[in-house]
Design a protein around this ligand. Structure first.
Ligand code: ASP
Ligand code: MG
Length: 446
């Protein structure tokens, strides 16, 4: 069995849905498929626009947003369904949009939209997309079964970002989905229900997580994340020339890259797959023959895989005003960041000073004030982190010296050789970032 998750752009219109079904249909007779889908295109954003307008009392605007969503789905249905299937789509779409409009009116009357109500709204996106996908599959003669993920993805009551009850969920998935190659299962990503059957959601972008949970519960052979890029790239294609798809990364390398904006998969979302050592493949639905990137525990460990960067970083240096060996120094520093909910990304320390980086500077003023009694504080804004990712890089003794040679002329403000042996991070001036990344990429990855 495999789980294939299609993101919003991969199902954004009739053609894309057909293409997704081509991909699924090809694999079905070989391995059996559960197709997990996001909402079509930007539907989730439009739903949020609709209930936000309703909450502010503007029914007309709310209904206009709903009309946009409605048009997209009716238009799509008319493009690829006929006769009884079109009839079935129309009946169901009318029913769903009838409910949606009633909910909007309720929110306008109350001028209140609770997280619970928002989840009810949000669930429409995936329910609508999967309705059309399953009917199109039927129209094409595929033996298909549409599932309601709220029947088996069981969560707590934390609306908007609910936590899965794995024990209940795993059991329910196993009973809802019979392993086999006869039938294409279609299920909604992102949506779930609490133990009383009230709709919840797993948080924005939650469909990957759904796919991973379903795949893990079924001991799937792999979990495929179909998106609109060719997997994880060796660097940011928008600012670096010559980037390539990385064929394989370890789960840990993928996690490191996600922080740097390789948005294709978030490490938390593939956690259930990691636990079962199920490979997660990131593939491009616009280029289905491409190999994409495979994320697995046994990806070959072969040196540098990617060079990422993050701009808009602030460097803070704290020098102890007290004597050497004063214990509690680090602890006191970190508790300040803790207090202001500001996460620290890189840290290097010496006996008397600590350098660290933060991204979020909204509480910087307060943080600086409170650090003053602990030590002399120096802040440098407009920095970037350049991060070289690859497991066990450091076994190659010549590597570091080649990196530093390439950095010639760029003032390095901080260097952190990850304790996890996955990354070397360099803090450099903002204006030197792109140039340095390009040079490093040319040197090591092209
Ligand atoms: N449709 C949801 C969102 O846009 C979930 C997802 O796409 O993964 O956040
Ligand atoms: Mg989406």
């Amino acid at each position: 069995m495999i789980v294939m998750k299609f993101g919003g752009t991969s199902v954004q219109n009739a053609d894309k849905i057909n293409n997704a079904l081509n991909i699924a249909e090809k694999q079905l007779p070989m391995r059996g498929v559960v197709l997990v889908s996001s909402a079509m295109g930007k539907t989730t954003d439009r739903i949020i626009d609709a209930f936000t307008s309703a909450e502010s009392g503007d029914l007309e605007k709310a209904l206009a947003f709903m009309e946009d969503i409605k048009d997209l789905h009716f238009e799509t249905a008319r493009q690829f369904l006929t006769d009884a299937n079109l009839q079935e789509a129309t009946v169901n779409l009318d029913r769903l949009f009838g409910q949606f409009a009633s909910l909007l009116k309720g929110v306008v009357l109350l001028r209140d939209c609770t997280p619970r109500t928002k989840d009810a709204f949000l669930s429409f996106g995936e329910r609508l997309s999967t309705l059309l996908i399953s009917l199109r599959a039927k129209e094409r003669g595929i033996n298909v079964q549409l599932l309601d993920s709220r029947k088996f993805m069981i969560t707590d009551d934390n609306f908007g970002s609910a936590a899965i009850d794995f024990k209940t969920t795993n059991g329910k998935i196993e009973s809802a989905i019979k392993k086999g190659r006869e039938k294409l299962y279609v299920a909604q990503g992102f949506i779930s229900a609490n133990k009383n059957g009230v709709t919840t959601t797993l948080g924005r972008g939650g469909s990957d997580y759904s796919a991973s949970i379903i795949g893990a519960a079924l001991d799937a052979q792999d979990i495929q994340i179909w998106t609109d890029v060719d997997g994880i790239m060796s660097s940011d294609p928008r600012s670096v020339n010559g980037v390539k798809t990385i064929p394989s990364v370890t789960y840990r390398e993928a996690g490191e890259l996600a922080y740097f904006g390789a948005k294709v998969v978030h490490p938390a979302t593939i956690q259930p797959a990691v636990g079962k050592e199920i490979p997660v493949r990131v593939l491009n639905s616009g280029n289905p023959e491409g190999k994409g990137t495979t994320i697995s525990s046994d990806a070959p460990v072969n040196g540098l895989k990617a060079i990422a960067n993050k701009k808009g970083i602030t460097l803070i240096n704290i020098e102890s005003t007290r004597m050497l060996n004063a214990y509690g120094f680090l602890n006191r520093i970190f508790s300040v960041f803790d207090k202001y909910g500001t996460s620290v990304d890189l840290v290097t320390t010496s006996e008397v000073s600590v350098s660290l980086t933060i991204e979020d500077i909204s509480r910087l003023r307060e943080i600086k004030e409170e650090l003053k009694p602990i030590g002399h504080v120096h802040v440098e804004e407009n920095k970037s982190i350049v991060c070289l990712v690859g497991q066990e890089l450091w076994k190659d003794g010549g590597f570091l010296s080649r990196v530093f040679k390439t950095c010639e002329g760029v003032p390095l403000r901080m260097i952190s050789l990850g304790s996890s042996d996955i990354n070397l991070s360099l803090v450099v001036p903002f204006e030197k970032t792109d140039e340095l990344v390009q040079k490093l990429h040319d040197q090591f990855l092209s």
